[in-house]
Ligand binder design. Sequence first.
Ligand SMILES: Nc1ncnc2c1ncn2[C@@H]1O[C@H](COP(=O)(O)OP(=O)(O)O)[C@@H](O)[C@H]1O
Ligand SMILES: CC(=O)N[C@@H](CCC(=O)OP(=O)(O)O)C(=O)O
Length: 298
Amino acid sequence: MTLPIERAQTIAHVLIEALPYIQRFQGKTMVIKYGGNAMVDESLKQGFARDIVLMKLVGINPVIVHGGGPQIGSLLKRLGKASEFVQGMRVTDSETMDVVEMVLGGLVNKEIVNFINRHGGSAVGLTGKDGDLIHARKLLLHRGAPELKATEIVDIGHVGEVQSIDPSIIHMLVKSNFIPVIAPIGVGEDGRSYNINADLVAGKIAEVLGAEKLLLLTNIPGLLDAEGKLISELEVGRVQRLIEDGVISGGMLPKIRCALDAIQSGVKSAHIIDGRVEHAVMLDLFTDTGVGTLIRAR
Ligand SMILES: Nc1ncnc2c1ncn2[C@@H]1O[C@H](COP(=O)(O)OP(=O)(O)O)[C@@H](O)[C@H]1O
Ligand SMILES: CC(=O)N[C@@H](CCC(=O)OP(=O)(O)O)C(=O)O
């Protein structure tokens, strides 16, 4: 079957327009955080898988870190357990930790791996335990006002923060043309598992790999201001005020913090984008300003 000439010309134009971006990003690493809220339906998941396979095919190295908060929440609910969050972090007792490991390291991780492989890629799923990838320590959250020296430490159980990353396994996989798909579970010095917010893991992995971009796919068009309008480029100096005024809250807090840390540590830019938009990854990659909120070093 041959394509009508107009259709073939359109395809040729699109490919030519993508060429400078492909040339610019060839050989570069992009860390993509695929949030649980962005994994909403089959066609979006397939579109995501296709974007990742295409990226790899044109010589860009995608490294995926995924979440799965809503998926953990729904299994907990079926087990009769409520989800509780403090500053965007899930309170994680031992029973919840088992569920987190099952859902993130098992169901969600393997679903993403499977989708990518079904679309022609070669994905390999890992948790932070595999290849000793993510070393974690217990996260101590402070509640209160530090300027009043009135902070109180809140214990939220088996929740971790990244202590260090050993990227050897990622380098090995990327060199052999595999696409790493990483679940945000870390291991402590005592061998215990820690539940880590996926944004924080993605940020640290982007730092350690010296990634070109950190893409954070979520379920909102980007960072919104007090009026609900999209902030298309975030000035770093504005962040503290937005947090103090309560404009940035909940799950957006770790996202903004990790994006800022990443760009301060050498990642060229971080983008918060709407994973519910079809081919969000391609749209961001192959346009100058991208879609959603751009955060970049000055
Ligand atoms: N200023 C803000 N702009 C956009 N979203 C915000 C803001 N403050 C809080 N949020 C919340 O953060 C959520 C995204 O974080 P989260 O639910 O953890 O997403 P994900 O599962 O994709 O990591 C948004 O859906 C929104 O409810
Ligand atoms: C400590 C903590 O909150 N961990 C998260 C890990 C998953 C995650 O981050 O998923 P999303 O990116 O889909 O929100 C959780 O248990 O929900």
